[in-house]
Each structure stands twice: as structure tokens, then as C-alpha cells.
Ligand binder design. Sequence first.
Ligand code: CO
Ligand code: CO
Length: 308
Amino acid sequence: MLVGMETSDDAGVYQLTEDLALVQTVDFFTPVVDDPYMFGQIAAANALSDVYAMGGKPLTAMNIVGFPVKKLEKRILAEILRGAADKVAEAGAVLVGGHTIDDQEPKFGLAVTGIIDPKRIRRNRGAEPGDALILTKPIGVGIYTTAIKRDLLSPEEIQEVTSVMAALNRAAAEVMGEFEVHACTDVTGFGLLGHAYEMIRDTSVGLEIDYKRIPILERARYLSQQGVVPGGTKSNHQWLQPCVQYPAGLITEDQWVLCDAVTSGGLLIAVPAVQAEGLLRRLHEQGVSAAAQIGHFVAENPGCIRVR
Ligand code: CO
Ligand code: CO
């Protein structure tokens, strides 16, 4: 086993031969949007993302389904599965099976298996002082999906957050392969700051983040100030208190946005500063339009994040 459970990495990695290893991950959750076809796409993009975050290439996927068989029409489940199948095909992987159980509340996700060259594994730890930190998708997704449940978003905003979540991290992962990336993870349930913290936790590097450079969905701050915040986001914020220093004047509601629990977020990439501009240019060329350098790793305050 090359990567196990000790460092909260994105996926497990198991070596097969000198230059081939398996990458394995599983994730599932309750619906985050009303459209079952889009929910299937989002769940698949999210599950595939952990393979991309390791620098791997997904090969096979299996559906995991909980569905109220007697309460909801079968057509809805068929749409969820169709969304997932389309996304898996877009990733160049194949669906090889799955399992369904009768469940009061619908749940859906996938187990994904990929391959990777053991010499090119992108762990979440490994960033060095001076490295740039790049984020490839906007944050605020958890706040937006909570707003959907409370009927507070316009159809355009629902479409925007849906397409952010359904976008594969495939292009970002492929571009990453062209550069000397020191570390990578993806932003999901622990939020931007939670996953950034996992990159430096128990290491000798610290992290400085430039608040103004973070791509944030347009109305996320406003909605947060209105109290439209998932419970998980507030627990992330609480949990991160001892290791994050916020700029004076950044109100709690804005701090919540940085800790917002994300579904199917972007990659967080640590790359030597001299390669940051080239990496960003390639990401933008490949359609990863939100990608931005949001900070850099430092030798000071190891294991801590300072937001400026
Ligand atoms: Co992950
Ligand atoms: Co995961």
C-alpha cells in the first residue's frame, strides 16, 4: 500500500508493479439539486475527483444507490443513473456495475478505481515553502445548495452552481501532469480552508492565502450574511479556529464562506512559484476558467493558515 488512511488523502493507492498502481475511492450523498439527471452527474464528478486529485486516471466505476423504491417513481432513479453514466463516459471510464438498496431517503454515489504511475502520485502533503497554491473552481457551493433548498436562488444561479459541481476535474488533472506539482487535493466537505489545512497539518510549512484572489460564487457572501449556511460549514469553521488567522475586520459570515462545505469542488494544487504562471495559463487554455493562484506556502507558522 502506497497511500493509506493516515494522512486523510483523497484516495487509497495500492502498488501492482514497478510502474503501475491502483487508485481507489468511494463517495455518496443525498441530493444537492432537484434535477435527478444533474444530481447523477454531480455525484459522479465528485467521486471521480478523488482519483484526479491523486494525479490518476479513472478506469472503472460502480454505482451505490439508496432509493425509496415504493415512494418515488423509478423514472427518477433512471435519470440519476443516466447522469452518472454520461459523466463517467466523459471521464473516459466505464461503469461496471453497482448495488441498490431500499432506503427512506435517496442517496447516490460511486466507487471509482483508477491507475497511476507510483512515481507520479500527487499526495495532499508535500508542498514546499515558496510554492504557489492554485484553486481551480469557485467556492460557496454549500451555501448555494442550501439556498436551493430554501428556494432563494434564481434559475440562472441554480444553473451556475450546478455546472460548477458537474464539471470534471479531468482537464485540471491532465494539465497538472505537465508540471512539477508537489501536492494536490480537492475541495469537498471540509471546505477550502479545511482541505488547505490538510496540506500543511503536521508539516514544517505554513500557508498564506490572499482573500481577494479566491474565486467565490457571486452571492455566497450575501447569502452567508443572511444566515443561509449549512451546518457542516459552521462546524468546519469551529474546527479550524485554532489553526487559521483571519484578517482584522473579516466578519464571521465571510469566514464561513472560506470554510463552506463544498460538493464536487476544484483541485488545490501546490506548484513551484516559477511554474505557477505557466500552469495557470494551461488551465485557462483547457477551459478551467476559474483557476487562480490564491496564496503561497511559507516557512513561517508551520501547520497554520494566515488569510490576508
Ligand atoms: Co478529496
Ligand atoms: Co473523498
